[in-house]
Design a protein around this ligand. Structure first.
Ligand code: OGA
Ligand code: MN
Length: 211
């Protein structure tokens, strides 16, 4: 059976080191090119079939779609037809989860992720990924799926850090990882479609040591 190539564990260890040191890590060309291509096709197929839905902000009854604040269209991977690329991506994220737990004792026990497609002009205003009423999201992971992204295409992930801002181009294969509780960030509008997988490692809800 066909299998996508893996990622050397040393690259996951570098992410763990940078997270511990400063709370964020950006890794260009982390994902194997074949895998990125397959994930990108999957995302664009979902988009073309109208299987992505406008993303809401907030939680529970407070959920609303406000395109001016958040303009992407999403679908949880759990809710997508299973395919080799999705499974391979989830396997890699599980490896990353184990490395983070081993080196940082984070007690991460699950991963949730969705495809996201930002149509031209769409962005996501400055925000934190952790919900006020639920402290479980601990580490955010965004994998970018855009081949041939040029300077000037926009669509950067902008991290707001104590020392200033840091922009990340959403280039195919790049993965951005940052702490969900305290790193504010935004998605700048792009001139063309921008595809990604945004996900979160969550802690166990009942761990009394991490309250
Ligand atoms: C998010 C998000 C960043 C990106 O989905 O919460 O901030 O670069 N995404 O797509
Ligand atoms: Mn976010």
């Amino acid at each position: 059976m066909f299998e996508f190539p893996g990622v050397p564990v040393s690259r996951f260890e570098l992410i763990a080191d940078e997270l511990a040191e400063r709370g964020w890590s950006v890794q260009p060309q982390l994902l194997p090119a074949d895998l990125v291509q397959a994930l990108a096709s999957e995302c664009h197929a979902l988009w073309q079939q109208s299987d992505l839905t406008p993303a809401a902000i907030g939680r529970g009854p407070e959920q609303t779609v406000v395109p001016r604040i958040r303009g992407d269209y999403t679908r949880w991977l759990d809710d997508c037809p299973p395919c080799a690329a999705n499974s391979a991506y989830l396997r890699l994220m599980d490896e990353l989860r184990h490395v983070l737990n081993r080196s940082l004792f984070l007690g991460l026990d699950s991963f949730e992720t969705h495809y996201a497609l930002y149509p031209p002009g769409a962005g996501y205003q400055r925000h934190l990924d952790r919900f006020q009423d639920s402290p479980l999201r601990s580490v955010s992971v965004v994998a970018y799926l855009n081949q041939q992204w040029q300077p000037g295409d926009g669509g950067e992930l902008r991290l707001h850090l104590a020392a200033g801002t840091h922009d990340v181009a959403p280039r195919a294969g790049t993965v951005a990882v940052f702490t969900s509780a305290d790193i504010e960030h935004e998605v700048l509008a792009a001139g063309k479609e921008r595809a990604s997988l945004a996900g979160w490692f969550r802690r166990r809800p009942d761990n009394p040591l991490l309250r």
